[in-house]
Design a protein around this ligand. Structure first.
Ligand code: GLN
Length: 454
């Protein structure tokens, strides 16, 4: 903890931490020392973590990197963070992210973006750590913490993990309680670990998950010992390679990464099978209807009354002006865009044409996966992202930004577990990741395949 605190103090330029909690960390570390001496040390005891700013942490600023939550200090602790702290984990501080987790580059944060610790060749250009969990990714990659929490609605754990060369796991929907995590798109959001390797992910996941009566979508299902499942033995397992993920214009190095990963699993004794997920091409448009729709509803609560920021009002302003001015000042441009798209697709005249159609597409995407798994596939291998980390400010067009999520959103739409593992470097020395997608609730199996790929 002491070493991490001093690294954090020296790494301000990375913009990874937006709020440091050294007093809490020091107290928690001292308490962990006592537990270790007494021989009562759970898995996470004394492990210094960074916590994504989307998690409510009691009496500690929790702003979801938004201006509208300025000054908000929750009176409660999220289920995930309280489980981690009960198991002895240490909180170093809160981590940067895209505002309300909407983005793929960390550039929509009210705090300004975090920076990727990696550089392209000999260039000085600052690169994105990915998003939305960009601060978590940068902090783990730069050794500012041993691991971090992330959340993933459409790729926000897996894409940043791939961009900085770490491991990121999005569990099955319902595996981890969403209680106390600021909601973006409730039917897609899921928290997970961002760690240095697969073993750490297995250890941290066990403490993060479990049934929570406070989240009605959290599943009452046994939590296995994920670490014990890491044998590396994948002989006879069937790995699906979906042809729809081989996109036009895919960079040759991503193709090669994918082929190398496939060969590695084959060498380890897996059976490689070409599969088809025919509705893949509709996933991104369906996601960018459903996620904004749910976001517009979730974000209606930020009204200048209940939380955080309230605009200064002029003489004669009524409650409508208060709402309008507060929301216009408090939300950044990407969040405003999502709220407008979301209210539009949910409006009476367009609900069937957009929202309902997107929901039907979602069901078809889920069915594609169900059929493949019913056919004996144990895990699916794909690239994690269509490119390596791009330069900050390079990708300013929203549609271009959304295209980054092309390989990751299907997993959220289908509620499946997905993991991104570091798989090599591109020609300019930047990390690239491969994604493995597993059957629902079979994170143990998924982690074991990922372990074989590591
Ligand atoms: N980049 C996607 C979006 O902007 C995913 C974000 C996430 O997973 N939180 O919606």
């Amino acid at each position: 903890t002491a070493a991490c605190l001093s690294s954090i103090a020296d790494a301000g330029a990375l913009g990874a931490f937006v709020h440091n909690t050294p007093e809490i960390a020091t107290d928690q570390a001292a308490a962990a020392d006592v537990r270790i001496k007494l021989g009562d040390a759970p898995d996470m005891c004394g492990i210094p973590l960074g916590i994504k700013d989307l998690f409510c942490t009691k009496d500690v600023p929790s702003q979801a990197a938004s201006g509208i939550l300025e000054g908000f200090k929750p009176q409660y602790e999220s289920t995930v963070t309280s489980q981690l702290f009960d198991a002895g984990a240490v909180m170093l501080g809160k981590l940067n992210m895209d505002e309300f987790a909407m983005g793929s580059s960390n550039e929509t944060s009210v705090y300004g973006n975090a920076v990727n610790p990696w550089r392209r060749g000999n260039e000085d250009t600052a690169l994105t750590p990915g998003g939305s969990s960009g601060g978590s990714a940068a902090a783990v990659a730069a050794d500012l913490c041993l691991a971090a929490t992330g959340t993933d609605t459409g790729g926000s754990i897996r894409q940043p993990a791939a961009f900085v060369g770490i491991t990121g796991l999005k569990p099955t929907y319902g595996r981890v309680s969403r209680w106390g995590i600021v909601a973006f798109a409730s039917s897609l959001d899921q928290a997970g670990p961002m760690t240095k390797d697969v073993r750490d992910a297995a250890i941290m996941l066990r403490t993060m998950c479990g049934h929570d009566p406070k989240d009605s979508t959290s599943a009452d299902i046994a939590v296995p010992d994920f670490e014990a499942a890491l044998t590396g033995d994948i002989k006879g397992k069937t790995i699906g390679i979906p042809k729809e993920y081989r996109m036009d214009g895919m960079p040759a190095e991503i193709e090669k990464l994918w082929a190398d990963g496939t060969a590695m699993l084959k060498d380890a004794g897996a059976i490689i099978k070409d599969i088809t997920l025919p509705h893949t091409k509709y996933a991104l448009p369906a996601y960018y209807v459903i996620a904004p729709a749910e976001a517009s509803s979730n974000l209606a609560r930020y009204d200048g009354v209940r939380f955080g920021h309230r605009a200064k009002l002029a003489q004669g302003d009524g409650i409508t002006e208060m709402y309008e001015k507060t929301r216009a000042e408090g939300f950044g441009p990407e969040v405003q865009r999502r709220v407008m798209v979301g209210t539009y697709v949910l409006s009476a005249g367009f609900y069937d044409a957009y929202y309902n159609r997107a929901r039907r597409v979602r069901a078809l995407i889920k069915r594609d996966f169900d059929e493949v798994f019913a056919d004996g596939v144990d895990a699916i291998l794909t690239p994690a992202t269509p490119s390596a980390a791009f330069g900050l400010g390079e990708n300013m067009d929203p549609i271009q930004m959304y295209l980054n999520d092309v390989f990751t959103v299907t997993v959220n739409l289908a509620g499946l577990p997905g993991i991104s593992v570091p798989a090599g470097l591109d020609a300019q020395g930047l990390p690239l990741g491969l994604q493995l997608i597993g059957r629902p609730w079979e994170e143990a199996e998924l982690l074991n395949v990922a372990y074989a790929l590591e």
